[in-house]
Write a protein that binds this ligand. Structure first.
Ligand code: ADP
Ligand code: MG
Length: 135
């Protein structure tokens, strides 16, 4: 499905609608360049999943865990250069069968992400416009 949004709030709303379709075990890859709105969309999805905590970009860790109607993981692998130098269990705390997981910059992790169930791609479309492919 393709959506066009004109504000961060509209992108959050796309995330919230996506959340309604998710269940534990889902792994959602969210791609797009810096500032595209990946974290914004995930913020809306977290709200849809009942997370009341403030959802921010992980900076000092690779991810955050939130408690909503289900456990939610938010991974951002931007700063990870390769999985080879990492503890093989690095992702295990986040990619759990009881949790919904969102992954920004997933490319470096490749097959370590396991079974990916959904993919979201966000592209700039001028000013505050974004085109969002929800697959
Ligand atoms: P990313 O995680 O992809 O780097 P962020 O979600 O952190 O991006 O930041 C997106 C920035 O773009 C925010 O400052 C947000 O307010 C702004 N923005 C403007 N228009 C939109 C839009 N239509 N959708 C999402 N974000 C938007
Ligand atoms: Mg981000």
């Amino acid at each position: 499905m393709r959506e066009r949004t004109r504000s961060a709030a509209e992108t959050e709303a796309v995330g919230e609608r996506l959340a309604a379709e998710l269940s534990p075990g889902d792994v959602v890859l969210v791609t797009g360049e810096l500032g595209a709105g990946k974290t914004t969309l995930i913020r809306g999805a977290c709200r849809g999943l009942g997370v009341t905590e403030r959802v921010t970009s992980p900076t000092f860790t690779i991810g955050h865990r939130y408690r909503g109607s289900v456990p939610v993981s938010h991974l951002d692998l931007y700063r990870l250069e390769s999985m080879e130098a990492e503890d093989p269990a690095l992702l295990d705390d986040y990619l759990r069968p009881d949790s919904v997981a969102f992954v920004e910059w997933p490319q470096v992790a490749g097959a370590d992400l396991g079974r990916v169930t959904r993919r979201v791609e966000i592209r700039h479309a001028g000013d505050d416009e974004r085109v969002i492919e929800v697959g």
